[in-house]
Design a protein around this ligand. Structure first.
Ligand code: CCH
Length: 300
């Protein structure tokens, strides 16, 4: 399979500026497409399996039904469509570089840390190396599932908790995941509020409607926002989010990040940079081709 070649010399700063310029969107969710761009970068990368060297942020497999049509990726077509005009304006950039850069630019623009980003990811030209479905985490589960999924990618407990802090951003959509609502009060501002609220609010289990249960989301944790009343939109936590305060090793990091926003920003920057490099093996010329995937396919 021939790879769609990537380019290392384009004007990436112009691409960054153009992404920044489209982030604010009054009628979309909470007024920004930033959160869904962050989720696109994460789901593009989070299929990685360290043992077989398959999956990860190379290839941009979500352009194909096998990955793009995975129910775990429901809603991410919006993010891909939002980025399409940027790809049209800068056709030399690969989708896999654009999708990871989109997350990095969005995080910074929403008040988050600067995240190191390197170009060089090639795009697949067919769907022969798409990883199997079922590698992304399921929010209805618990701490052991988080460990199973994130250890597979090569992350440790501290990194799992730091990455989970991305749920400071955005919200759940009943028509996408079955879950409903934002995790925090300001879901388009990057902060450590998620950890503070996990520890501080009085979380209660709430059953979800039948339509959600059919998507595997039968209940979630909910709480009234601090200082709010019944009129305010409920905040939510997935069962996996709440497991971070139930598990002692995870909880230690939740407490640290709740207390120390600077530490969280530093750790988040490092772990997100690691996430978007998963499955990216650059040759000496800086270009990430698919030798490791060709080898994995031969060995399988
Ligand atoms: Fe997440 N996430 N995520 N998540 N996620 C959802 C939304 C966002 C899980 C489940 C869900 C990470 C880890 C996990 C974001 C970033 C990250 C939704 C709602 C579910 C369900 C989707 C919907 O309905 O639209 C689970 C389980 C895990 C396990 O750890 C990680 C890691 C990141 C990034 C580093 C962002 C951002 C969103 C908001 C998207 C939006 O559209 O607002």
């Amino acid at each position: 399979m021939a790879a769609q070649p990537t380019q290392l010399t384009g004007d990436f700063d112009a691409v960054r500026r153009d992404i920044e310029a489209i982030l604010k969107m009054k009628d979309y969710d909470d007024g920004s497409i930033g959160p869904v761009l962050v989720r696109l970068a994460w789901h593009a990368s989070g299929t990685y399996d360290a043992k077989t060297n398959t999956g990860g942020s190379v290839g941009a497999g979500m352009r194909y039904e096998a990955e793009g049509g995975d129910p775990a990726n429901a809603g991410l077509q919006h993010a891909r469509i939002f980025l399409e005009p940027i790809k049209e304006k800068h056709p030399w950039i690969t989708y896999s570089d654009l999708w990871t850069l989109g997350g990095v630019v969005a995080i910074k623009a929403m008040g988050g840390p600067l995240i190191p980003w390197k170009p060089g990811r090639s795009d697949f030209s067919d769907d022969s190396y798409i990883p199997p479905r079922g590698r992304l985490p399921d929010g209805a589960q618990a701490a052991d599932h988080l460990r199973h999924v994130f250890y597979r990618m090569g992350f440790n407990d501290q990194e799992i908790v730091a990455l989970s802090g991305a749920h400071n951003l955005g919200r759940c959509h009943p028509d996408r995941s079955g879950f409903k609502g934002p995790w925090v009060v300001s879901p388009i501002r990057f902060s450590n509020q998620y950890y503070k609220l996990l520890l501080k609010l009085n979380w209660k289990k709430k059953d979800l409607p039948r339509d959600s249960a059919d998507k595997g989301a039968s209940w979630q944790w909910v709480a009234t926002p601090p200082g709010g009343d019944d009129e305010d939109e409920e905040l939510m936590m997935l069962p996996t989010d709440h497991s971070l305060i139930e598990d002692p090793s995870f909880r230690e990091w939740v407490e640290k990040y709740a207390e120390d926003a600077k530490l969280f920003h530093e750790h988040f920057s490092a772990v997100f940079a690691k996430l978007i490099e998963l499955g990216v093996y650059r040759d000496e010329d800086g270009i990430a081709r698919f030798h490791h995937l060709e080898k994995a396919a031969k060995d399988a």
